[in-house]
Design a protein around this ligand. Sequence first.
Ligand code: 3PG
Ligand code: CO
Length: 575
Amino acid sequence: ATAWTLPDHPKLPKGKTVAVVVLDGWGEANPDEYNCIHVAQTPVMDSLKNGAPEKWRLVKAHGTAVGLPSDDDMGNSEVGHNALGAGRIFAQGAKLVDSALASGKIYDGEGFNYIKESFENGTLHLIGLLSDGGVHSRLDQVQLLLKGASERGAKRIRVHILTDGRDVLDGSSIGFVETLENDLSQLREKGIDAQIASGGGRMYVTMDRYENDWGVVKRGWDAQVLGEAPHKFKSAVEAVKTLRAVPDTNDQYLPPFVIVDESGNAVGPIVDGDAVVTFNFRADRMVMLAKALEYADFDKFDRVRVPKIRYAGMLQYDGELLLPKRYLVSPPEIERTSGEYLVKNGVRTFACRQVTHSFYMFIIFVLIHEHRSETVKFGHVTFFWNGNRSGYFDESKEEYVEVPSDSGITFNVKPKMKAVEIAEKARDAILSGKFDQVRVNLPNGDMVGHTGDIEATVVACKAADEAVKIILDAVEQVGGIYLVTADHGNAEDMVKRNKAGKPLLDKSGAIQILTSHTLQPVPVAIGGPGLHPGVKFRSDIETPGLANVAATVMNLHGFEAPADYEPTLIEVADN
Ligand code: 3PG
Ligand code: CO
């Protein structure tokens, strides 16, 4: 049994208000014109960086430091927040799927054996993000799965693709489709009836998150399940080439299409008796489709026809909802997170989350007062923070509030987003004196960075910095403590570079815009009037990562972290 009681920190007091600010997509990189954080006016973050050297440092936010297969893997919000909240490094979905495929264990599991029952008389459908981004899925895993399934009896296979351009360069989707087409034609040579059946851009088709816009999932459903879409093509290569040629289209937002045969019939609707695998390992943007595929009771959109299928996720996407019931690879078991410890130590939590079109912001207020706050709804990033769990640990001690926001726009149009509003809520929470921890995620750098719009990203970074100021001013007023960090890089580098760090140009001489995250480290800054004067960053932890933050925050609340947590970043001198 877990001993939940955290020991008192020998030197640091309890009862200080701690603001934990996570800047989304805010890494540290060389200052140049493609570093939007550098270009933007960010006086607050600059002052933290240029202040006391023992109160600002960099930590790793990518690769093995956050449980990804290799240090070539960029960080992302899922693994970043997992590490921040859990205080330990867990092998993440990408890595677990790699091992299961390499050992072949994926084919011995319950999930594969379940879908295999459809191979004799039905079609195997694979649905997911087609790229080598490694954030939600990876093409090489799909290739191995295709090979493995066909060797184990799948005779008819249909792939439903979602084009990326967000975790990889815009325009790269055509190459991934060609690679997949090539694999499928090799399968056809072996007598397997394998084809791409439908597609669409990830941000417009299927991969919505946080129940923000079910219309996105419906567009996917219509194409994948019903075989209906506004665009029909003979091949996916033709589809992507044609649709991309329309002005202002990009891989992220391609409209839905279906592949049709000579007589114009969709080649791969999902019908009774078929098997379906959603091959993304990352949960957030697959949960909604998983619900549509699995739930008998479903009222989010009219599914028209609900085929009786055998469905498995690459992973189980939600450990609390047990969704989906079947999966090919067991997800990481992220337990005993810092949030759960705080709750079990009597810490009361209030979370406020702002939901916007395909992104989230959230604020969590941690209380140790005795009064009860009203419960409204869970926040999704509490899901990542709490180890991919959608529920409360103890509803009587936690509250997560949801606030709606703009929808139907891409964030280069409104790069300031709701940063000020979020910061003001945080400020009010801090000033109210009711809370011990106020935790905020400011998504501007990430969400606008993903659009590839450099000018807008500069505005976004400035807005995030202004939001930090509002929060830090409030911390100052109440004599509190702040810890400012980020979940991964994005806005600090907006151009694809060669090994020497030089921007890469395309054939027309234009720079190649980097819409994705980066491999850069992120800052951690601590301070505030309530910080014990002896606190400074340790110099004996050479390459800390995001997982070291949880123990640090527990210390700032006056607790020692559990022994198996990654070590705290701070030490306390006696004077
Ligand atoms: C997305 O899902 O928007 C991107 O693939 C990753 O971005 P995030 O990790 O910042 O959510
Ligand atoms: Co992102």
